[in-house]
Design a protein around this ligand. Structure first.
Ligand code: SF4
Length: 510
């Protein structure tokens, strides 16, 4: 039994007339470290009249009986989450497609980055989907379902379809992504010892990243970058410190916060005054490898720092919009060493648009130069392979073929091992199917259902494609012309498709 501390006043509810499950497609430990999931849960948990239960992929029995459920909300963050979602639906004897469910069955809806970027492969599964920042839309949609609970489903869905950020596949023709103003600092409202990041208080400092790397969904789904007020952040940190000494600051470009140094100074002063604080940050950009920031993080217990350089050559880093020079990389290492760190981890990507063998060799050459310049300093690499994501400037570029990616991976493994550098590379085979889903359309719904039925392993993806005559290369590896209508064009996300085309052309012409 896990130990949970609630950081908010839970109303004592006696009279519910609406029951919900909130499903997380992963184990409890991950759910309890998921800021978005827990915050959305809290928002509904404090409402009158609604009983909501958290349900995970490893939940064995539920407190609320299946037949009493009025609505099921689901978080959909990773492409492969569909497996856990289908398993959960089938386990509870709900048909996978909305049209095959009865009037008495609950309304089933989902939200999250996968859905916001391209909901098309799942349009027959959910009654409705939330496009964009979920906090307000999720809450308002739930309230509406509660309010109209005695009406026919079709009437409820019609009302939902009028809300900004709600996509009802049977009704909506165009949907605009909902973008929230960050007027509050969201945090993990429950601290749990069963969480993956045990007893850690996570808070959001900013949302989005203004760097706009051509492949990056986290950036393009969350434009413009938004910052939480400094005072609200400090107030929230103080709330967390009343319950735990482990604090994690979250945001895709956290150090872009105009007062990030002040936040670090605030924490450092507390540590210097004798308070035990363990603080970590989700990521650092190269321009934040400055002593004021790195010193605080080291003092606050952060052992490893990572730097996403993405590509070995400056040319390719320009193509992806990561304008990072070699001198900036050296400067980051200088600061890390001066602050007492023994090593650094680099993140990179292979198979990026316009990449050549010279770009790959440049990763090795850069590593040699670093090793020579910083004897005894540890560097290691984590690579993933490029996956085109809908609603980014690189959505028109297919993946490189598997053989060539494997050749590049083997070359990097061999050459970097010779330099004593540890390296890990994501599976090109799985990344291929991720690309297929990211650029998928509604022809893939029956395909993913069958893949699930056949066990969801790599072999099943391949076998089912053959059986159903699905040309997986069309989705994963083909380049698309800019004029081609895309299945997700009906999702309006600022700055819009015209901008993405311009940006895409500008980037690859460098
Ligand atoms: S810097 Fe990181 S988070 Fe920002 S756009 Fe690039 S890859 Fe995305």
């Amino acid at each position: 039994m896990s130990n949970e501390t609630f950081l908010y006043d839970r109303p004592i509810k006696k009279d519910y007339d609406f029951n919900m499950w909130f499903f997380f497609p992963g184990p409890e430990s991950f759910a309890m470290s998921s800021l978005g999931y827990l915050w959305l849960y809290r928002a509904i948990d404090i409402l009158d009249g609604i009983d909501i239960e958290r349900v995970y992929s490893d939940t064995k029995t539920t407190r609320i009986m299946r037949d009493k459920i009025n609505a099921i909300a689901m978080s959909f963050t990773f492409d492969m989450d569909f497996m856990a979602i289908f398993k959960f639906l089938e386990w509870n004897k709900f048909a996978l497609k909305a049209k095959d469910r009865n009037e008495d069955d609950p309304i089933i809806f989902a939200g999250g980055p996968v859905i916001s970027s391209n909901p098309e492969p799942y349009k027959e599964i959910f009654d409705f989907m939330v496009i964009g920042d979920g906090e307000e839309v999720n809450l308002e949609a739930t309230k509406l379902c509660h309010q109209l609970k005695d009406k026919p489903k079709s009437e409820i869905l019609l009302e939902l379809s009028k809300m900004e950020g709600v996509y009802v596949p049977t009704i909506t023709k165009k949907v605009t992504k909902f973008t929230k103003k960050l007027t509050e600092c969201i945090y993990t409202p429950i601290i749990s010892d069963s969480a993956f990041f045990q007893n850690t208080f996570i808070l959001e400092v900013e949302r989005g990243c203004a760097n706009r790397c051509g492949f990056c969904l986290a950036s393009y789904l969350n434009l413009p970058i938004r910052f939480v007020d400094y005072d609200k952040i400090i107030e929230t940190i103080e709330l967390g410190l009343k319950h735990t000494n482990k604090i994690a600051l979250l945001g895709a470009q956290i150090t872009a916060h105009p007062k990030f140094k002040d936040i670090c100074k605030y924490i450092e002063q507390k540590i210097d005054a004798g308070q035990e604080i363990d603080m970590s940050v989700s990521s650092l950009r190269v321009d934040s490898f400055v002593p004021e920031i790195v010193n605080t993080l080291v003092k606050a217990g952060q052992k490893n720092l990572t730097l996403a350089i993405e590509a070995g050559s400056e040319r390719l880093r320009k193509v992806i919009n990561k304008n990072l020079t070699e001198d900036q990389i050296y400067n980051a290492i200088d600061v890390a060493r001066a602050c007492g760190l023994k090593g650094i981890k680099f993140y990179g990507m292979i198979g990026l648009p316009t990449e050549t063998q010279e770009d790959i060799e440049e990763i090795v050459n850069l590593s040699k130069r670093i090793k020579q310049k910083y004897k005894g300093f540890d560097i290691n690499f984590g690579f993933s392979t490029f996956v085109p994501k809908a609603n980014t400037p690189f959505q028109w570029f297919g993946r490189e073929d598997e053989k060539s990616l494997e050749k590049k991976s083997n070359y990097l493994k061999k050459e970097l091992h010779k330099l004593g550098i540890q390296i890990s590379i994501s599976s090109a085979k799985w990344d291929y199917y991720q690309a297929l889903l990211s650029r998928g359309d509604d022809n893939l719904t029956d395909y993913v259902i069958e893949v699930y039925k056949q066990g969801g392993k790599l072999g099943a993806f391949k076998k089912v494609a053959k059986e159903m005559k699905i040309n997986t290369d069309y989705y994963a590896t083909e380049n698309y012309p800019y004029e081609k209508p895309l299945p997700w064009d009906f999702v309006e996300i600022k700055p819009g498709k015209e901008f993405l085309i311009e940006e895409s052309k500008r980037l690859v012409s460098q």
